[in-house]
Design a protein around this ligand. Structure first.
Ligand code: NAD
Length: 356
């Protein structure tokens, strides 16, 4: 069998990091299990044209840790993990590649479940699922939950309204100038909701077709990808890739509120201090973008539609509480969120230790 799994030394605080290769199938990937303290690790698979193995490894480590936070905060009884496939999603996808990836996921024996992330569609996941029981976010099957993106977009939209109320005194988005970066699965759906709510939309994407569609059908203003931070805006909604908020970009940011779907928006934790100093309310990404994983968790737990609906509505309330605590305790919102997660994990670890 051509499939090769290489166990790598996982950094402190991580449970497993595995490099996967199947030369025949053209597969090179990493799977990272960050934590199974709260349950099996669940987190999507990203396909991206990483320039080096190191770049892919760094990404999977960051994303996997983020999933532990997201799943703990959303109360899903799941741990955190992630996978990345190295390749161009526009040209390198084959059934053989996804089936080889599926065999690798099966070998984790249920300690890690995969699903869609950037570059991966439900059709790709269906190919993964031909080889493993641990692929979710499927379109077909007894507990299939389909594309998680609409759930993610709805959660982000509800949180954006909570943030608007906190910053502008009203959650009415009519006339509010919102820049959506990334018009993919989540960003497009969010842009539609903002348009319906009467927001003044500005959009930015490297995909010219997507921005043209937004201009034509949503009356959006178009901003070239390199000029986002030169724009006047009330709200910034990052829905492309992570690391967009840096000390340099935040120094130029005109928005008073940041709320978007992208994972790991802060390049480094200290950027949150800059946002606070500029009186810009940052709603922690892993709290606001939990709608998708809630949808996927319903599939993992074989739960009915009410499981998703109940948990989706709780996201906005959780964000409102985090904003309130951050103001009261003069801490950044991400610090408040991280403290809540640390508490949840510490309590679970204590229970586990007592059970042994
Ligand atoms: P997607 O691949 O469908 O969309 C990403 C979009 O961003 C694409 O249109 C792409 O062209 C655009 N983009 C890439 N680089 C850009 C740049 N420099 N400037 C402007 N646009 C750029 O992905 P998605 O599923 O919509 O996810 C978007 C983000 O939300 C990702 O960070 C993802 O990890 C995160 N997220 C997604 C979900 C979900 O349910 N899909 C859930 C949680 C978090």
């Amino acid at each position: 069998m051509a499939l090769k799994l290489v166990e790598e030394q996982a950094p402190a605080g991580y449970e497993r990091l595995v490099y996967i290769e199947d030369e025949e199938a053209g597969l090179r990937a990493f799977v990272c299990v960050h934590s199974t303290v709260l349950g099996p690790a669940v987190g999507g698979c990203r396909m991206w044209n990483y320039a080096t193995l190191d770049e892919a490894r760094t990404d999977v480590l960051r994303l996997a840790a983020g999933m532990t936070n997201k799943n703990a905060m959303a109360g899903l009884g799941l741990g955190g993990g992630k996978s990345v496939i190295i390749g161009d999603p526009r040209s390198d996808k084959t059934e053989a590649l996804f089936r080889a990836f599926g065999r690798a996921i099966e070998s984790f024996g249920g300690s890690y479940y995969t699903a869609e992330d950037v570059g991966i569609s439900p059709e790709d996941m269906a190919n993964v699922a031909k080889e493993t029981a641990y692929a979710v976010g499927l379109d077909h099957g007894a507990h299939a939950s389909g594309d998680p993106s609409p759930f993610t977009a709805e959660g982000v939209f509800q949180c954006l309204k909570v943030g608007a109320k906190a910053v502008f005194g009203t959650d009415d988005l009519a006339g509010r100038r919102v820049l959506v970066q990334g018009l993919g699965h989540v960003g497009w759906s969010l842009a539609e909701k903002l348009h319906a709510a009467g927001a003044e939309l500005v959009v930015s994407d490297v995909n010219a077709e997507a921005v043209e569609k937004a201009r034509a059908s949503l009356g959006a203003e178009v901003c070239p990808p390199g000029e986002i931070f030169a724009q006047q805006m009330d709200v910034f909604a990052p829905c492309a890739l992570g690391g967009i908020l840096t000390h340099e970009t935040v120094a130029q940011l005109t928005a008073r509120l940041v709320c978007g779907a992208a994972n790991n928006q802060l390049l480094e934790p200290s950027v949150a201090e800059d946002l606070l100093a500029r009186d810009c309310l940052y709603l922690p990404d892993y709290v606001v973008n939990a709608g998708g994983i809630i949808s996927v968790a319903g599939e993992v737990h074989h739960a009915g539609p009410e499981y998703r609906a109940d948990r989706l509505v709780q996201i906005a309330g959780r964000v409102a509480q985090i904003v309130e605590t951050s103001r009261k305790e003069r801490k950044t919102t991400i610090q408040v969120a991280d403290d809540i997660v640390a508490d949840i994990l510490a309590k679970a670890a204590k229970v586990e230790a007592l059970a042994v």
